[in-house]
Design a protein around this ligand. Structure first.
Ligand code: AMP
Length: 114
């Protein structure tokens, strides 16, 4: 059995995803279980496990992921606002150990999260 995460398998094209953006550094695809009308995951191609693996060494990559999120929000029509979330570790509700940002929008979102 493969020890790759499901997101690494999407990067490696071993399983299909509804990809909305890709470049050398990252991939963005629609969440298979969307929580909002627009729910896209933005992931680095480099296998960082969570935000806890991000250091100053990744400053360019981290900035790029945020820039891609902002651009996708515009392209996906989230003109009235959106939320960008990363769940980190068990208490954060992280279920896939590959850093990812949830881009959520298309309706008014509640606060605080559960
Ligand atoms: P998290 O709980 O923050 O780790 O988020 C993981 C997200 O990945 C969840 O929202 C899942 O619905 C989503 N997910 C899991 N497998 C897939 C897949 N094969 N394609 C797209 N999204 C997925």
């Amino acid at each position: 059995m493969s020890s790759k995460t499901i997101f690494q398998r999407i990067i490696d094209r071993e399983i299909k995803a509804d990809i909305v953006f890709e470049d050398d550094l990252c991939l963005a695809f629609r969440d298979v279980a969307p929580q909002t009308p627009v729910h896209v995951l933005i992931i680095p191609k480099t296998p960082l496990r969570s935000l806890n693996d991000v250091t100053d060494e990744h400053a360019n990559l981290a900035g790029h992921l945020l820039s891609v999120a902002r651009r996708l929000a515009g392209e996906l029509g989230l003109t009235n606002g959106y939320r960008l979330v990363t769940n980190c570790g068990p208490d954060g509700g992280q279920s896939v150990d590959h850093l990812h940002f949830h881009l959520l929008g298309g309706r008014a979102l509640g606060w605080p999260p559960g």
